[in-house]
Design a protein around this ligand. Structure first.
Ligand code: SF4
Ligand code: SF4
Length: 365
């Protein structure tokens, strides 16, 4: 114990650096530092609460709270006051933006949950629940989004509230959203991603001043961009027959505007997972396209997500992830059960893409 605390103290006094996140050990609950790497088992006494028991006999309870993710000073202060008063002053954020508060006594768990609920924050997201939706930065932080990922998350989680506080799904459900087709949101059991449907519109007056043309040409996965002189100025042109509307040219060259209030749509993908428990990791597949990007509540997207989610809940066997379920029943049955239309755009051409798309990291001119 003394050694571990000395190590924490040493790290606290390290020279500040400008990159990388600080060592998490210094912020951990003392019981977690004491028993680091020496846990015997863990269980879940109720949805939203994890219970860890160490070989030393120490026990610790972790209460998981869902937040609206974009937290302002008011929300941060409110949550920190609750954690100081009812918890033990230790909190961490999960990769899905839940907050986890650690306490050393079971008697503290009930009042802590009550205080969060009274302030309007749900406790849940563990085990076989729909945990918090992972999402990308949206309009707040990134420079290329076509929608506000956080807004889609907030409106969807409002509708899936009951599935967050209960553990009634066949297995855990990870939903993700991404606000452009670069999709830094990654794989999900259900993923909501922006889908551009028109080639970029080029502002030829700005290209020469703003864009490094060779890098933009090299960015295009289907070699649809060529250098051109337009109105006497160096610019770029797009072969619209080849363009797959991916939006990859827009980040290095903002005058190639691809976001459009009408033609940037939302698409839903299903069956992805990173975990290799019970079955290997899987790529998600497109199941619905062309849904309107309709803030502030995105009702069309919510309707499709709920349809897929509740069909899975009803039809899947215990412990099947969404991808496992679809693999067992087959894609034709998936479309039949969910009532989603199947079109030619759903045919997976991933293997063909290996030969036809520019998958090389080398720059070509
Ligand atoms: S999904 Fe695209 S727009 Fe959204 S944060 Fe990631 S890179 Fe930026
Ligand atoms: S949107 Fe994609 S495919 Fe179309 S020109 Fe830009 S990089 Fe190429």
């Amino acid at each position: 114990m003394a050694q571990a605390q000395a190590a924490v103290e040493k790290k606290r006094m390290r020279t500040p650096i400008e990159s990388g996140c600080p060592d998490g050990m210094q912020y951990m609950h003392p019981l977690m530092i004491k028993n680091f790497g020496n846990w015997k088992y863990h269980d879940r006494p109720r949805p939203g609460v994890l219970h860890h028991v160490a070989y030393s006999g120490d026990e610790i309870w972790t209460v998981r709270v869902g937040t609206q993710r974009q937290l302002g000073p008011y929300e941060i202060n409110l949550l920190c006051d609750i954690i100081d008063q009812y918890g033990e002053g230790h909190v961490r954020f999960t990769i899905r933006s839940n907050m986890e508060v650690m306490v050393s006594k079971w008697e503290k768990v009930g009042p802590l949950i009550q205080a969060f609920n009274d302030a309007g924050y749900p406790v849940g997201g563990t085990g076989n629940s729909v945990t918090m939706i992972a999402h990308t930065q949206g309009w707040l932080h990134c420079d290329i989004p076509g929608t506000d990922a956080s807004g889609v998350v907030k409106s969807l989680m409002d509708e899936l509230y009951e599935e967050f506080i209960k553990e009634e799904m066949p297995n855990r459900v990870h939903i993700t959203t991404s606000c452009c087709q670069i999709n830094c949101g990654g794989q999900g059991d259900i993923a909501i991603n922006v889908q551009h449907t028109k080639p970029p519109k080029i502002n030829h007056d700005l290209v020469a001043n703003v864009c490094e043309r060779p890098s933009v040409v090299a960015r295009c996965p289907v070699a649809a961009i060529r250098p051109a002189i337009v109105n006497g100025k160096p610019s770029l042109e797009v072969d619209e027959k080849k363009c797959i509307c991916c939006g990859a040219c827009y980040p290095p060259c903002p005058p190639m505007q691809i976001n459009d209030p009408e033609h940037s749509k939302l698409a839903i993908w299903v069956g992805g997972k990173n975990s290799n428990a019970r079955s290997k990791p899987m790529f998600q597949k497109l199941v619905a396209a062309g849904l309107p990007n309709n803030p502030p509540r995105w009702p069309e997207v919510a309707a499709v997500v709920k349809k897929i989610l509740y069909t899975y809940k009803k039809d899947a066997r215990d412990w099947e992830r969404v991808g496992d379920w679809v693999e067992r029943i087959g894609w034709p049955r998936f479309f039949e059960l969910t009532g989603l239309p199947f079109t030619k755009f759903h045919i997976d051409n991933w293997r063909g893409a290996r030969n036809s798309l520019n998958a090389s990291a080398h720059i070509r001119f």
